[in-house]
Design a protein around this ligand. Structure first.
Ligand code: SF4
Length: 322
């Protein structure tokens, strides 16, 4: 009864608090409440996003050991798991971008490891931006930065930035949580759209920890929200902790959708068809380096192509008009 009341009040616009979010996260995936939860999230996304599916694409433009040394990442310098190192040249990124544009993507992300020089990133991005149609949003996914850099990102054409306070930031990563928050504030203050995600979720994280990140996202009024389960990459320190199931990720996606009320899109990563019944209307295609992969060109291994992402949205009954 408590769940039914909570879900009906969300439909009427109630904002959930931490305790209520945890109540929903505690729903048993084998119960009737679970189907009511995903049905509510699904209903809100289909109506509020006008049943529109979206595909975003990301290119990881360097594969190099990273000094932040996250315990889950294949590129952490203490346990680098990729067979090679490289940086992409602008012409390589442009030829990949050309193919992505022809696939009809909505948003385009450039990702680097945290040590990649910002000045070089800005130079490359300036070139890329000139080739990006106005209809495609441009998103930076890089290390921490201050307000001045956030403004420079905007000046070279970025419309948004993916940045997060990770689960167990400062414990499973070497970044001081305050630095993360300063970057989130810089993104907001520069007028860039913040793309947020609760990640990387593993079996050891409590529902309280997940709810804290959902509420943080809502405080920043994110338009695009996501949840991501950790992929156990062999050789990384957190490998033995394993991963959560797809049905658990589906439940977490539904709760995140209801708590954060994103205005444009909801995503769950990596791509899992089940989550498309729980309010997820947006998928990521991935190219180049990827912290969840040991293959340095993720499109040849874990990465989904834009075409496959569009097809999966179509399978779930989302409109795929580009
Ligand atoms: S997740 Fe990002 S910041 Fe952490 S080690 Fe990997 S590349 Fe560096």
């Amino acid at each position: 009864m408590l769940t039914a009341n909570l879900l009906s009040s969300v439909k009427q616009g109630k904002l959930l608090n931490q305790e209520e979010a945890v109540t929903l996260l505690n729903i048993d995936c084998r119960s009737q409440d679970f189907y009511e939860l995903i049905s509510t999230a699904n209903y809100l996304s289909r109506t509020q996003f006008h049943n529109k599916g979206l595909v975003f694409a990301q290119i990881g433009i360097n594969a190099e050991p990273c000094s932040v040394n996250c315990k889950f990442c294949s590129m952490g310098q203490g346990h680098y798991a990729l067979p090679v190192t490289w940086r992409k040249e602008p012409h390589e990124i442009l030829s990949e971008l050309e193919l992505l544009i022809s696939s009809g993507i909505n948003d385009f992300f450039l990702m680097t490891t945290a040590d990649y020089p910002v000045s070089e990133f800005l130079e490359i991005s300036k070139i890329i931006s000139r080739h990006l149609p106005d209809t495609i949003r441009f998103v930076a996914n890089i290390g921490d930065f201050n307000l001045e850099t956030a403004k420079q990102l905007k000046n070279v054409g970025f419309t948004g930035a993916y940045h997060i306070h990770r689960l167990r930031e400062g414990i499973d990563t070497t970044v001081n949580p305050e630095i993360r928050v300063n970057t989130l504030n810089a993104i907001r203050d520069a007028g860039l759209d913040l793309y947020y995600c609760v990640e990387p979720i593993g079996p050891e994280h409590s529902y309280d920890e997940l709810a804290t990140e959902m509420l943080r996202a809502r405080d920043y009024h994110v338009k695009v929200m996501a949840v991501m389960r950790r992929i156990p990459v062999k050789g990384t320190p957190l490998y033995d902790k394993g991963q959560i199931s797809a049905i658990e990720l589906t439940k977490i996606a539904a709760v995140a959708r209801l708590v954060t009320l994103p205005q444009r899109a909801m995503n769950a990563h990596e791509v899992t068809p089940m989550t498309l019944l729980a309010g997820v209307n947006q998928l990521y295609a991935e190219y180049g380096a990827n912290p969840r992969d040991t293959e340095s060109q993720t499109e040849k291994n874990r990465g989904f192509s834009a075409e496959k992402a569009w097809h999966m949205l179509w399978e779930a009954g989302y409109s795929t008009t580009k």
